[in-house]
Design a protein around this ligand. Structure first.
Ligand code: BGC
Length: 250
């Protein structure tokens, strides 16, 4: 059994688990912490250290951490739902110093999309799969014939003069107390545009709200087959773990 650790950092919560990479199932309970108020680097690293300790992972298991920002060569290049102090930071090194081990560091939606293509709703899918995560923001991942094309950031696609995630995320649905029908109208506008631009073979819709998919996915009118994420809220954890296993050790 090959075990890796996956830790998924979000704007609202941080969660981690051991993952069995053979069958793509969690090999431990999920350990969760609320994202510290303000999302500052030191506080987030501390919460992650706490989670890794509680998981009590074997010392030689790969550790993958995913984060809600553009991740370029270990640096966080944006900060949409966390502190702006992350922008330009050598984040991977910061986590490695705190956790006292090597990690593999990726964007959260990229991790989730990779997990869906390897273990979930897009296994064996040819062509372009676009995974979107509907959470505090909107994350996106492109997987073409099983290969991840990172940092696509379609949550920030500008439509009608505003960032898509500022009017179509699940966070906005909750804040504005939108009905699923009203929210679906916004999602329709968003997905129709993404479909027009990229002509994917499959949309996978993830994020915690995907457990309520019957209430909004059937309301969308798209030519692209559109399915809920199979791994639900565990996709980030599983993808971070799986990508860590694949990564060359440095
Ligand atoms: C961030 C992305 C992230 C997404 C989901 C967006 O605001 O820019 O990097 O993947 O939220 O967390």
């Amino acid at each position: 059994m090959t075990i890796a650790v996956g830790i998924d950092i979000g704007g609202t919560g941080i969660k981690g688990a051991l993952v069995d990479l053979g069958n793509g199932e969690l090999a431990s309970d999920r350990v969760k912490r609320a994202t510290p108020e303000g999302g500052a680097p030191g506080a987030i690293v501390d919460a992650t250290v706490d989670i890794l300790q509680e998981l009590d992972a074997p010392a030689d298991s790969p550790v993958g951490v995913c984060f809600p920002a553009i991740v370029l060569e270990g640096r966080t290049m944006s900060a949409a739902n966390v502190s702006e102090a992350w922008i330009g930071l050598e984040a991977e090194k910061l986590f490695e110093a705190g956790l006292r081990r090597d990690i593999h560091f990726v964007n959260d939606a990229d991790a989730a999309g990779y997990a869906e293509s390897r273990y979930g709703a897009a296994v064996g899918q040819e062509g372009l799969v676009i995974m979107t995560t509907l959470g505090t923001g909107i994350g996106s991942a492109f997987i073409h014939d099983g290969v991840l094309i990172p940092n696509t950031e379609l949550g920030h696609l500008e439509l009608d003069g505003a960032d898509a995630e500022s009017w179509a995320s699940n966070g906005v649905r909750e804040r504005e107390e939108l009905s699923f029908a009203d929210w679906a109208e916004r999602l329709q506008r968003y997905y129709a545009h993404v479909e027009f631009l990229f002509s994917p073979s499959l949309f996978v819709v993830g994020g915690g709200v995907s457990k309520h998919h019957e209430q909004f996915l059937p309301l969308l009118d798209l030519r692209t087959p559109t399915v809920p994420a199979a791994l639900r809220n565990n996709a980030g954890i599983m993808g971070a773990a799986a990508l860590a296993q694949r990564a060359p050790t440095t």
